[in-house]
Design a protein around this ligand. Sequence first.
Ligand code: NAX
Length: 328
Amino acid sequence: MKAPITVSITGAAGQIGYALLFRIATGEIFGKDQPVNLRLIEIEPGMAALKGVMMELDDCAFPLLNEVVGTSCLNEGFKGANWALLVGSVPRKAGMERGDLLGINGKIFISQGQAISRNAARDVRVLVVGNPCNTNALIAMRHAVSIPDDRFFAMTRLDENRAKSQLARKAAVHPSKVTNLCIWGNHSATQYPDFTNAKINNRPCTDVISHVAWLKGEFITTVQQRGAAIIKARGASSAASAANAALDTVKSLITPTPKGDWHSVAVCSDGSYGIEPGLIASMPIRTNEEGTWEVVQGLPIDSFSQEKINATIAELKEERDAVKHLLP
Ligand code: NAX
């Protein structure tokens, strides 16, 4: 039997947490021969609900679930973590400006970054889901002084999956036929789903979908506004699809990427594509055989794409500047 892998999850009693934990516990993500420890982190008001979630985990009697710890103590929660999924954060409330949210949630990610640095396993990888996820990841990364920057990620996979699904619907193909779809920049309404490099059935997307006005207009706005559309329809924000995207991200970062393809995740920029180094920006990523990742280089960026990328990167810089006082 393999040694257990330890996964720490913040906001574990929230709606994304609820859609996430059970799938990890089944072995779906790390393998059917890989025991898992779950360290579930909540704030005090969430501890009662977390107790209920832990009772349900007990009641599943999962063969691969080795140990479950529920805690509001960050040191205990991140102890020995090989993966830290930072889902918990304060939702935006009526009357709250984006800047207020950045400040409130930013503070959470200082202490989480520091606790990860002190307590996690040396190979820890950190995926930030809680919004504004790019800037939260930046704050956590900068405070996790003992962890290399290339272990920090922010989630844009839900946007990629949404974009693939929209293109597939338009082209009347299954979403699995849509590849090479990159989300650039921020997980926000400025994100750019890059149809210019996407493929459908291995052909350029723009050859298959000739309706360019749709690609440049409705397609992009539908992907950018999909979160708001879900809230309007469901009366609650995306949860199962967000959890699914978090698990897709982890799987894509531990599995070699199929030849010629890439996946979207926000990483610490090394300056590729002119994106300012140090920003946590979404770009095309490949995972190699050794389990490390690299930015896919050399994709053609036309003037339309460049303008969109510039806009989303400008927003990331604004966010970074708004939390300057929280960065070491
Ligand atoms: P919920 O409000 O259902 O759950 C959040 C949970 O986090 C609550 O149980 C709360 O007690 C806990 N929490 C709050 N602060 C915490 C802290 N400091 N430490 C530990 N736990 C804490 O929200 P949910 O729907 O699960 O969404 C979680 C986050 O994901 C939100 O920030 C949301 O905006 C973000 N999302 C990110 C997406 C992405 O693509 N990156 C998409 C989905 C989602 O909107």
